[in-house]
Design a protein around this ligand. Structure first.
Ligand SMILES: *Cc1c(COP(=O)(O)O)cnc(C)c1O
Length: 355
């Protein structure tokens, strides 16, 4: 029996995708092989990769002057790859600091350039998305985290950065809402939150930003090398890419990003409406900046946390424990979390509150 899995990542995948993967496990489309056993340079896998890319391009309406790269190393490798490739002789980069993931990105960037903090929400314990930005028109780029997975804070707008390229770590909200890719210089995301299995990292990068790396940049950390080789400079994470491709097809069958976004708004509303009405549960995040994907909440009486988690598990809901840096609970309700999962959680919370 499958559970409702509220994990922040690796996270729930659409059941239909897992069923297709199971059906194709031993023999992919009459090839007599599992996708895991295929040469990445064979025509079968080249086809899988090309289709995944074209479906992703269609879902996000990615303009033709952007490259899509399928890499490894997680979003964490991008914390270094971004400055290595995008500093391009400039002195500094602007970073918006909104929590745990921003902080890690900042720490890494400091190895390659001066980091200027354009805005920070640290004054209120990272519970909101700062609106006022202090931007440097000579910065190499502006980096932000549109959805802070741990704090549950999401930007509902796109920072305006003029001619300075905007870089976004969309690990936990990519494909959850409509975006205008042309507003960004670069978008990156680890796959294990809202796309597919861990091990695949997606980068969407404007072509003119590639080709000028800091001295000493390893070949594997050069976007241009990956772009010129269609992400096949070395062996890509083939199975992860195949599953991501199945997820893209699933999204297309569901009606695309707009449909998905409407569903995500509805799912988040059910949970937040209950949190706001409840005497017992609370959301720590500023109302306008609440994440649709990651919903942290606390119990008024923290001594009942363990009982809450135990009861949830008995009711078939797992991974609700909050991140150690925030405490309390966190329900991650990514694209693949069914409406029924959120409703079941809220019913359980009501029963727990009223018990
Ligand atoms: C999970 C996460 C990361 C780290 O991802 P890895 O793939 O484990 O390196 C970075 N940024 C955000 C916003 C995340 O949610």
């Amino acid at each position: 029996m499958r559970v409702y899995n509220f994990s922040a990542g690796p996270a729930v995948l659409p059941e239909e995708v897992l069923q297709t993967a199971r059906d194709e496990m031993l023999d992919w489309h009459g090839s007599g092989m599992s996708v895991m056993e295929m040469s990445h340079r064979g025509k079968e896998f080249m086809g899988i990769a090309a289709e995944a890319e074209s479906d992703l391009r269609e879902l996000l309406s990615i303009p033709s002057n952007y490259k899509v790269l399928f890499l490894q190393g997680g979003a964490s490798a991008q914390f270094s790859m971004v400055p290595m490739n995008l500093v391009r002789g400039k002195k500094s980069a602007d970073y918006i600091n909104t929590g745990e993931w921003s902080k890690k990105a900042i720490k890494e960037a400091k190895k390659y350039c001066e980091v200027k903090i354009a805005a920070s929400s640290e004054d209120r314990n990272f519970t909101y998305a700062p609106k006022e930005l202090k931007l440097d028109s000579d910065a190499a780029y502006v980096h932000y985290t549109p959805n802070e997975t741990i704090g549950g804070v999401e930007f509902n707008w796109v920072p305006e950065t003029g001619n300075v390229p905007l870089v976004a770590d969309m690990s936990s909200n990519i494909l959850s809402r409509k975006i205008d890719v042309s507003k960004y210089g670069l978008i990156y995301a680890g796959a294990q939150k809202n796309i597919g299995p861990a091990g695949l990292t997606i980068v969407i990068v404007r072509e003119d930003l590639m080709g000028e790396t800091v001295p000493g940049t390893p070949t594997m950390f050069d976007y241009k090398i990956h772009a010129e080789n269609d992400s096949m400079y070395n062996t890509p994470p083939t199975y992860g890419l195949y599953i991501a491709g199945l997820v893209f097809k699933w999204l297309k069958n569901m009606g695309g990003i707009e449909k998905m976004e409407a569903k995500n708004i509805e799912k988040a509303k059910i949970l937040y409406d209950y949190l706001d009405a409840s005497e017992f549960f609370q959301s720590p995040v500023a109302r306008d900046d609440r994440s649709r994907m990651n919903v942290p909440f606390t119990l008024k009486d923290a001594s009942r946390d363990e009982a809450f988690l135990k009861g949830a598990k008995a009711a078939n809901m797992v991974q609700l424990k909050g991140h150690r840096s925030v405490g309390g609970m966190r329900a991650s309700i990514y694209n693949a979390m069914p409406m029924e999962g959120v409703k079941t959680l809220v019913e359980y919370m009501k029963a727990f509150e009223n018990a």
